[in-house]
Design a protein around this ligand. Structure first.
Ligand code: MD3
Ligand code: FE
Length: 219
């Protein structure tokens, strides 16, 4: 028998756990089975707080479209990056964290060595072909004792995994639908990014990639 689509095989390999560095664990396939429920939850969030391309302080518009779920949400505009309790676009509180998302974040953090993770903020990124995230640190949370859990759905991506020094050349890590990355402790402030997404079609997300990053933030 032949495969009719070579692009489907990475979604079907067995789950595995891979330690990428101290404090960084890649849980391949960890949320593959629950992915349809996660995508339903994302659609419900986006109906209340739509995806939007935000403006960074330099004046450029991000290629990634974003929204948030949970008590706090990350935003940027011309004046800077921050967490807020309200969606600046609607004036309403960010949508409440659905149980399916909270459960996944806690199970993944525990599997990555951080039991008892109490996330209160989840940034949801949506990538179309060509969208990218340049090398950065996640430091607006102001409390680095907690890990970050990253969930990837849909089209594959290449993560750029740097170090604590911005100018070090990052490693390139291929990430597939259903993969979950947990990073914390000594790795909490490493530089990272996402290479431009290659065009393609995924059976569950079409021409998009979604990434959820669960965080613990303080205003
Ligand atoms: C951190 N989003 O929203 S984490 C972000 O795919 C963000 O949309 C990524 O970075 C995305 O702030 C998901 C990417 C990532 C990859 C490797 C890392 C973060 C990392 C390695 C160490 C630490
Ligand atoms: Fe980040």
């Amino acid at each position: 028998m032949t495969r009719d689509s070579g692009s489907l095989w990475p979604d079907t390999v067995a789950p595995s756990v891979e330690q990428l560095a101290e404090g960084i664990t890649l849980l391949r396939g960890f949320c593959r089975d629950e992915a349809p429920a996660l995508l339903d939850a994302i659609a419900e969030v986006a109906a209340l707080s739509p995806f939007r391309r935000m403006i960074v302080p330099g004046g450029h518009t991000m290629s990634v479209a974003m929204t948030n779920v949970g008590a706090l949400g990350w935003t940027t505009d011309r004046t800077g990056y921050r967490y807020t309790a309200r969606d600046p676009m609607t004036g309403n509180a960010w949508p409440a964290m659905p149980a399916a998302l909270l459960s996944l974040a806690q199970r993944a953090a525990a599997a990555g060595g951080f039991p008892g993770f109490t996330t209160n903020a989840c940034l949801i990124n949506r990538y179309a072909a060509g969208a990218r995230l340049s090398l950065h640190q996640d430091k607006n949370e102001r409390d680095y004792a907690h890990p970050i859990v990253s969930v990837s759905l849909g089209l594959p991506a290449t993560f750029l995994l740097g170090t604590l020094h911005r100018t070090d050349t990052p490693r390139r890590i291929r990430i597939e639908h259903g993969d979950v990355l947990v990073w914390g402790g000594p790795a909490r402030l490493v530089y990272h990014g996402v290479a431009p997404i290659r065009q393609g079609t995924h059976p569950l997300t079409g021409e998009s990639r979604f990434n959820l990053t669960f965080r613990r933030a303080v205003l």
